[in-house]
Design a protein around this ligand. Sequence first.
Ligand code: NAI
Ligand code: PYR
Ligand code: MG
Length: 478
Amino acid sequence: MAIQHNVGLSLIFRLELLNSNTTFGKLASIIGEAGGDIIAVDVIRVTRETVIRDVTINVSNRDHGKQIVSALETEPGIKVINVSDRTFLMHLGGKVEVTPKIKVKNRDDLSRVYTPHVARVCEALHEDPSKAFQLTIKRNTVAVVSDGTAVLGLGDIGPYAAIPVMEGKAMLFKQFAGVDAFPVCLDTKDPDEIVKIVKSIAPIFGGINLEDIASPRCFEIEERLKEELDIPVFHDDQHGTAVVLLAGLINAAKVVGKKLENLKVVVVGIGAAGVACSKMILAAGVKNLIGVDRPGILNRNEKYENEMWSWYAAHTNPDNITGTLADAIRGADVFVGLSGPGVLTVDHIRSMAQDPIVFAMANPDPEIDPELAEPHVRVMATGRSDFPNQINNVLCFPGIFKGALQCRARTINEEMKLAAARAIASVVTDEELSEHYIIPSVFNKRVADVVSEAVVEAAYHSGVARRERWDAGSSNIF
Ligand SMILES: NC(=O)C1=CN([C@@H]2O[C@H](COP(=O)(O)OP(=O)(O)OC[C@H]3O[C@@H](n4cnc5c(N)ncnc54)[C@H](O)[C@@H]3O)[C@@H](O)[C@H]2O)C=CC1
Ligand SMILES: CC(=O)C(=O)O
Ligand SMILES: [Mg+2]
């Protein structure tokens, strides 16, 4: 299996070049000799003496970028004005904005969208708050709520550092499913306070997507909010990840010709994502599931402070084995990583059963470098966009919320999650299915639609949809 991935960084070097000293050929050869790969050149300003160019160069990492700056600065006719990072440029001023749906063209429009006529709509909502689903953005808006305590695999980096990820999620909600989403990063880690704040802002939202909140607090926060709110509350790192993982597992098992109930699965990282993925794996029929975290294999001989680990040990590990990952993974069919980089080695993979399936899903760096793992595995997947088989919750959260909002579901239940997983798996047809293609691309436009349709059906079937099927969504004022 050939894995290709993008080079590390794409930097834009703004250079002032003295016409008398420096030709473009000379510039290109300095960059080439320093190992840089020029991918674009723009002319910014030309005078008789100088030309200012933006040269976009792929480099392997920041140090490599600095080496190129040094190489350029040793040349008398070249001045490095500035170096910018294309990724940072995409974040300048944030990535989302609020756009009105109606243009206010005259005083008549103004009097209707705002005062005085808006008052009648306010009164209608005062009389019947459930009309917020018809007459406000509640109908199609989700809050992406984080306290910044488990941002990707970067850990507790705080609410400001969480903003770029939450803005990214908001963008993806809109682009893939037409759902409006707003990032809400909270400057508190106190579960009571988080529950209180989310409850207080809930009137404006049709759903709450909890994101990157560390375990085990995330379990309590989600449970309490689910109980106390009548809109879907969905911890994406738990359930979005679990839905997509199950879709990938269904298809990977088909590729290797094994049945789910016969698989031995090892999950490393029994945190938010690991627990939910494990529950989904059990619900799908897997019997031999073993969890590993920092203390080693979770087993019934130990007492854990983390209550979830005690629950986990009681419901998995049928032979109650103990030890390390090396002990757990011997003879395993599937490795699922939701922990951090460097956890899995080639020796571990070599000890797995025939046709190993490795889902190294930690972000941004997987549990093993896929290029190292590749010669030893049958099916390899990561959470990243720059490798094949991307198992990432972005395949789930836009479509599952689109469906839940459409039928005005009061919750997102197990039936809806299983329907979403099967829908994602079904996008890859039997003819298309292969080691390199177990999961549809996040850019496959069908995914959000098939997921939302399956979710709507499951919501009606399980009795949590509140919108009558015949309700076209218009507003009856009498
Ligand atoms: N591909 C995807 O769609 C998703 C990937 N993830 C990734 O999964 C990882 C975990 O995320 P969360 O569950 O939200 O975090 P979390 O903080 O709730 O859980 C992480 C767990 O991994 C354990 N862990 C970390 N390093 C370990 C090691 N070396 N050995 C054994 N256990 C270790 C921790 O003790 C903790 O229990 C992150 O890297 C995150 O980016 C999370 C959600 C979705
Ligand atoms: C993808 C995602 O939600 C995470 O890595 O946390
Ligand atoms: Mg996340």
